[in-house]
Design a protein around this ligand. Structure first.
Ligand code: CA
Length: 221
């Protein structure tokens, strides 16, 4: 899952980015509203953490423009404690939820997870054949045995399990799993698919990770 964080306070931005990366999200940051909108038009994001008070364009203007352009990416708006009127304005403009500063990082993660889950058919534990992944506890099991995955392996597998049966190009995978600093010319996706195969499929007769010739990869039973 790839997240855009639009926040002009460098301390808050780097705290949120670092924390989310530890939770295996890919995170890009923008420091004002215009930059945020620019990045939204160029990249694919699964959710946006949007500060309300921003230079150039504020959070309300950003979310309003996003919705006007037909972008339905979930938005979690960050607001200051004393701006109740602006919270309401933010939600009216199209934000999906808001969080008051200062906030506990775990609260931000919980809100973000619930936004990412919405519209995804209430699935909590993802299951494909005898492979299961629990996004809440981050436990992955194959045939009842727990698999130990790195943060990026987990992120890649989670994205593939949420898109089971769908061929996914290397570009699509990299867009949802890696951040903007990822070099798309490298074979990092292939390398990580190999890591995953070694953990998920090795030693099993039924392979779940398939190569789709000319496209990329697919997870299926
Ligand atoms: Ca701000």
């Amino acid at each position: 899952m790839r997240i855009l964080v639009v926040e002009d306070e460098p301390k808050v931005a780097s705290f949120v980015k670092k924390g989310l990366e530890e939770e295996s999200y890919a995170v890009d940051t923008a420091s004002d509203g215009e930059e945020g909108l620019g990045m939204l038009s160029l990249n694919v994001y699964d959710a946006v953490v949007l500060d309300l008070m921003l230079p150039k364009k504020n959070g309300i203007e950003v979310v309003r423009e996003m919705r006007a352009q037909g972008m339905n990416t979930p938005v979690l708006m960050l607001t200051a404690r004393d701006t109740l009127g602006e919270k309401i304005q933010g939600l009216d403009a199209g934000a999906d939820d808001y969080l008051t500063k200062p906030f506990a990082f775990q609260e931000l993660v919980a809100r973000l997870r619930s936004l990412l889950r919405r519209g995804r058919a209430e699935i909590n534990i993802l299951q494909v054949d005898d492979l299961s992944l629990d996004p809440a506890t981050r436990k992955v099991k194959r045939a009842g045995e727990e698999l130990v995955l790195t943060a990026k392996e987990f992120a890649l597998l989670e994205y593939m399990m949420r898109n089971v049966g769908r061929p996914l190009s290397r570009t699509t995978l990299s867009e949802h799993v890696w951040d903007i600093n990822f070099d798309r010319m490298t074979n990092v996706v292939d390398v990580y698919i190999n890591f995953l195969r070694n953990k998920v499929d090795k030693g099993f007769d039924r392979k779940l990770i398939h190569t789709v010739r000319g496209v990329g990869y697919m997870l299926k039973e």
